[in-house]
Design a protein around this ligand. Structure first.
Ligand SMILES: NC(=O)c1ccc[n+]([C@@H]2O[C@H](COP(=O)([O-])OP(=O)(O)OC[C@H]3O[C@@H](n4cnc5c(N)ncnc54)[C@H](OP(=O)(O)O)[C@@H]3O)[C@@H](O)[C@H]2O)c1
Length: 331
C-alpha cells in the first residue's frame, strides 16, 4: 500500500489503517462482535487473535494503527505485537486516544464499559499509561470523542498540556462523535497555542449513512490536518451482515454496485470513503482476518460518477444515524 503524507504533519499513513476497538476487549458494539471472537475471552487467546489480525494488516501493507486507553488491552496487545515483530517505529504511524477510561473489567455484560472524563487529571494519567505501553511508537495522541458538551475545547489547563505534548514532538488530534461533529471541528480549528494551530489531526465518523461532517473535514484537510475516517462501515451496518428490513432499499443499491464491481458491500462502502479527497486514512474496524481482507479490496474499486452520486443520496440525518448507533448493543 502506497504511503502518503498525513496532512502537513511529518507523519505518513496508508490509505487504509486498522483500528483496535474490536480487538482489545471482549465487549464492543459492532454487529456480530461476540461471534468474531468466538466468545473466547482468555487474555492470551485474545492477544494471539489480535496479533493474527495485525499480521494480516501488516502483510497487506497497512502502516497506520489506531488504539485508545478505553479499548481494554488494545495498547498492550499492539505494543506486544510491535515488539515481537521488531517493527521499526519509523516504518509506521501509531495513534491512541485519552479521555475515556475502560471500566468493564474484561466483562461483555458490564453495566458500564467506559467512563468519559476530559479533565487534566485524566490526561496526565493516561498519557503516562499510553507512553508506558507504546513508548517510542506513539506518534499521535487524540482527545477521545471531543464534543462541545464535554467542555474540553475550553479547558485551558488541558489545552496547554496538549500544546506542551505537541512541542515535545507528538502530533495532537481529536476524535469526534455524535450529531455535532462539524461544529466541534470548526471550534477546534480556531484553537492556536504558541502562535500555531494546536491540532494536527482529526478523526471522525463519515460513511454512506453519515455524511454530515464532510464539508468540515474538507476544511480541516485544507488547513493541513491529517483526516482519519472511522466507522466506514457503520459498525457493520454497511456489510452483508445487516439484515435490518429498514436497510433493505439501501442494501439493494450497495448490493447492485457490489455485483457490478464484482466485490462486497463493505468494499463499496469503504471505496466511497476512499474517494473523498480530504480522507488521509480510512480505518478498518475488522475483528477477523477475513473481514479485514474484504475491507482492503476497496482499494481496487473505482466508483464511477453515477455511483458516487447515488451513494451521496443514501445518507441518513445525523439524528437518525446517531440514535440508531446508540441502540447497538454491546456484545
Ligand atoms: N470515538 C472514536 O474515536 C471512535 C469511535 C469508533 C471507532 N473508532 C475507531 O475506528 C475504528 C473502526 O471503527 P468501528 O470498528 O467502530 O466501526 P466500523 O469499522 O464501521 O465497523 C466494523 C465492524 O464491521 C464489521 N465488518 C467489517 N467488515 C465486514 C465484512 N466484510 N463482513 C461482515 N462484517 C464486517 C466488523 O465485524 P467484525 O468485528 O466481525 O470484523 C466490525 O464489527 C475503531 O477500531 C477505532 O479505532 C474511534
Amino acid at each position: 500500500m502506497q504511503k502518503r503524507p498525513f496532512g502537513s504533519n511529518k507523519l505518513n499513513v496508508t490509505p487504509i489503517g486498522i483500528g483496535l476497538a474490536a480487538l482489545g476487549r471482549p465487549g464492543y458494539i459492532n454487529l456480530g462482535h461476540a461471534a468474531d471472537l468466538e466468545s473466547n475471552y482468555a487474555v492470551a487467546t485474545m492477544e494471539a487473535h489480535a496479533h493474527s489480525v495485525l499480521d494480516a494488516a501488516w502483510a497487506a501493507g497497512i502502516r497506520y494503527f489506531d488504539a485508545a486507553r478505553s479499548y481494554g488491552r488494545a495498547e498492550q496487545f499492539l505494543a506486544s505485537w510491535l515488539n515481537a515483530r521488531a517493527i521499526d517505529p519509523t516504518e509506521i504511524t501509531v495513534g491512541s486516544k485519552w479521555g475515556y477510561t475502560y471500566t468493564a473489567d474484561w466483562q461483555v455484560n458490564a453495566a458500564i464499559h467506559e467512563v468519559k472524563d476530559h479533565s487534566i487529571t485524566v490526561l496526565n494519567r493516561q498519557i503516562a499509561e499510553s507512553r508506558e505501553q507504546l513508548s517510542a511508537y506513539l506518534d499521535l495522541y487524540q482527545i477521545h470523542s471531543a464534543t462541545l458538551d464535554s467542555g474540553v475545547l475550553e479547558n485551558t489547563a488541558v489545552l496547554r498540556k496538549l500544546a506542551d505534548l505537541r512541542n515535545s514532538g507528538l502530533c495532537i488530534g481529536l476524535s469526534l462523535s455524535g450529531p455535532q461533529q462539524a461544529d466541534t471541528l470548526y471550534k477546534a480549528l480556531e484553537i492556536n497555542y504558541d502562535e500555531r494551530p494546536l491540532f494536527g489531526a482529526v478523526q471522525a465518523t463519515w460513511n454512506v449513512l453519515a455524511q454530515e461532517a464532510g464539508t468540515a473535514l474538507n476544511a480541516a484537510h485544507q488547513q493541513g490536518l491529517g483526516v482519519i475516517v472511522k466507522e466506514a462501515v457503520a459498525n457493520g451496518r454497511l456489510t452483508s451482515r445487516n439484515s435490518n428490513p429498514e436497510f433493505q432499499s439501501k442494501r439493494a443499491v450497495l448490493g447492485a454496485f457490489a455485483t457490478t464491481k464484482d466485490t462486497t458491500i463493505d468494499a463499496i462502502a469503504i471505496a466511497y470513503v476512499l474517494a473523498q479527497p480530504w480522507a488521509s486514512v480510512v480505518l478498518s474496524g475488522a475483528a477477523n482476518v477475513a473481514h479485514l481482507q474484504s475491507n482492503i479490496t476497496a482499494l481496487n474499486v473505482n466508483l464511477d460518477s453515477e455511483m458516487l452520486e447515488q451513494l451521496a443520496r443514501l445518507s441518513e440525518t445525523p439524528s437518525v444515524y446517531w440514535s440508531t448507533r446508540s441502540q447497538l448493543t454491546w456484545n
